[in-house]
Design a protein around this ligand. Structure first.
Ligand SMILES: *Cc1c(COP(=O)(O)O)cnc(C)c1O
Ligand code: SF4
Length: 345
């Protein structure tokens, strides 16, 4: 997929990606941490780009970025209610690599690969690699999209779609542009955040070129993930014409407080990104230790809502297999001085 190392045409980001950290012992030593037991999971091993690891604070075993990637021994725990396919993706698959759960938009899983292995990810057990619609299935997939009723938006997802080289992505987009009803292209990616070098002129060129209106939905969970390099990447994407949104997952020990989420919204907005979704954790096996009680989630969310302007509050949602959209979670009214309409008279 990625050209050989040393190849003159290999982009800088691919070289950086190839140099990612895979060895738990190396990560601990870079962070000056004492030995911590890790699980060895061959199918979903530790994987973290060095630029992301640099944003972790040395000496802190509770660092919110470290916790997102560390293969904790608690992943082995069997917890009732946590399963391999909590969002019903196996059932929703409609054509090779196509998930069409919601009206007007279809999601394409065009690669199983990611630059970082987020330990709470619901995709960790899903064989997206086998579902790759590219190659010999691509014609079938395009035919399905052409026949789909009222399709206005295609979402490139994965894995992480930006793991593919730009010539492949540009070719996919050229094919999608031929679908007459299609208006929007969405890219769900964590790469600009975990490996900002991925946002280079080659990527921005095809985003700027397409007739489709492009939205890039990032995935940032904690304000510490955003530094000046990430801001640069976001501004470059915006300059190429992309609308930037963010989705987060509410994670115990990482971002389960109104003040952290408030700062997250503020730094996202400063980088030109609007908060979109705050997901309750999908109940995927191996991730139960990241989950928090629904009542606590609602409390955090109503406090967040009380602190921010409406456009900086992400929608709190949960995914239910078979539902027609993400399910909005309505928080209890936040406390504080209640202001009646008459107060404005
Ligand atoms: C989340 C998701 C979408 C996008 O939903 P929006 O509410 O439009 O952001 C589309 N397809 C699938 C399969 C999804 O899981
Ligand atoms: S799909 Fe997204 S959340 Fe899951 S491991 Fe890949 S980058 Fe992380």
């Amino acid at each position: 997929m990625i050209a050989g190392i040393g190849d003159l045409k290999t982009p800088a980001w691919a070289l950086e990606l190839a140099d990612s950290i895979h060895d738990p012992v190396e990560l601990l030593s870079l962070l000056h941490l004492p030995p911590i037991e890790a699980i060895l999971d061959d199918r979903f091993p530790l994987r973290v780009p060095r630029s992301y690891a640099k944003r972790m604070r040395p000496g802190n075993p509770r660092d919110p970025l470290f916790l997102q990637v560390w293969p904790d021994t608690r992943e082995c725990a069997k917890v009732a209610g946590y399963t391999a396919d909590p969002v019903g993706d196996r059932i929703a698959s409609s054509a090779p690599g196509v998930l069409q759960k919601y009206a007007g938009r279809a999601l394409l899983t065009i690669t199983g690969a990611c630059a970082v292995h987020c330990r709470y990810c619901f995709r960790r057990h899903f064989p997206y690699g086998e579902e790759n619609p590219l190659g010999r299935h691509w014609g079938k997939t395009l035919q399905y999209l052409r026949d789909a009723d009222d399709l206005r938006e295609v979402i490139l997802s994965g894995g992480d779609p930006l793991m593919l080289p730009d010539d492949r992505l540009a070719a996919i987009v050229r094919d999608l542009e031929q679908l007459p009803g299609l208006k929007r292209l969405r890219i769900h990616t964590r790469l600009p955040v975990v490996l900002p070098a991925r946002v280079d002129p080659a990527l921005c060129a095809w985003i700027a070129d397409t007739r489709l209106k492009v939205t890039v939905v990032l995935h940032v969970n904690h304000p510490q993930e955003i530094d000046s390099e990430i801001s640069r990447a976001c501004h470059a994407l915006a300059d190429a014409g992309a609308v930037l949104l963010n989705q987060s997952v509410l994670l115990r020990g990482v971002n389960d407080s109104a003040s952290v989420l408030e700062r997250l919204s503020e730094v996202l907005f400063a980088a030109g990104v609007l908060p979109y979704y705050l997901h309750l954790l999908d109940k995927v096996s191996g991730a139960a230790h990241f989950d928090l009680a629904g009542s606590k989630a609602r409390r955090i969310y109503s406090e967040l809502t009380a602190r921010l302007p409406g456009y900086l509050v992400p929608r709190l949602v949960r995914e239910h297999a078979g539902a027609a959209s993400k399910t909005l979670i309505v928080p209890p009214p936040s406390r504080g001085s209640s202001v009646g309409l008459s107060d404005f008279a």
